[in-house]
Design a protein around this ligand. Structure first.
Ligand SMILES: [Zn+2]
Length: 152
């Protein structure tokens, strides 16, 4: 694995960091599931309407959210892909709504990105302009298209 878990000595907060410089388009790792659940939890990744997977390798559980993500979880190829170049030591993050339509637990984001969206609770509540900025899983894309059809 090209990344390790680091723990903040003060907050105890754990996060995933690159162990070397990584390039846009590079594959960080392939992933699979240790379990498939029917309902989401804060540790699952949604792959279809009723399938929420617990990630394996387990290090991936420490991939935090960012509104300016550098990782994308490709749920078709089951690979974690770099969306941008990353320096050694930099935190690796993905955009939770890229795989989650409606999250089990919403939270107030403090990622520090200039375009931070604030409250994160899944793709369902994000408008079209915001969703169009991100690479979304096929499932989320499908849900978004369904929503657009309903509005018309
Ligand atoms: Zn944010």
């Amino acid at each position: 694995m090209l990344a390790i878990i680091q723990q903040d000595p003060v907050s105890g907060h754990q996060s995933l960091h690159a162990t070397q410089r990584l390039l846009k388009g590079q594959i960080l790792t392939s992933f699979s599931h240790s379990r498939i659940l029917e309902t989401p939890s804060r540790f699952t990744l949604q792959v279809s309407a009723h399938q929420h997977i617990l990630l394996s390798p387990p290090e991936l559980l420490y991939t935090n959210h960012s509104c300016g993500p550098n990782l994308y979880f490709d749920t078709e190829r089951m690979e974690v892909v770099l969306l941008k170049d990353v320096d050694q030591g930099e935190e690796l993050c993905f955009f939770y709504p890229s795989t989650e339509w409606s999250m089990a637990e919403s939270f107030q984001c403090q990622c520090g990105d200039p375009d931070c969206l604030g409250l994160i609770s899944g793709a369902a509540v994000l408008n079209d302009a915001i969703l169009s900025r991100y690479r979304l899983s096929p499932y989320i894309h499908e849900k978004w298209l369904e929503r657009m059809m309903q509005i018309q």
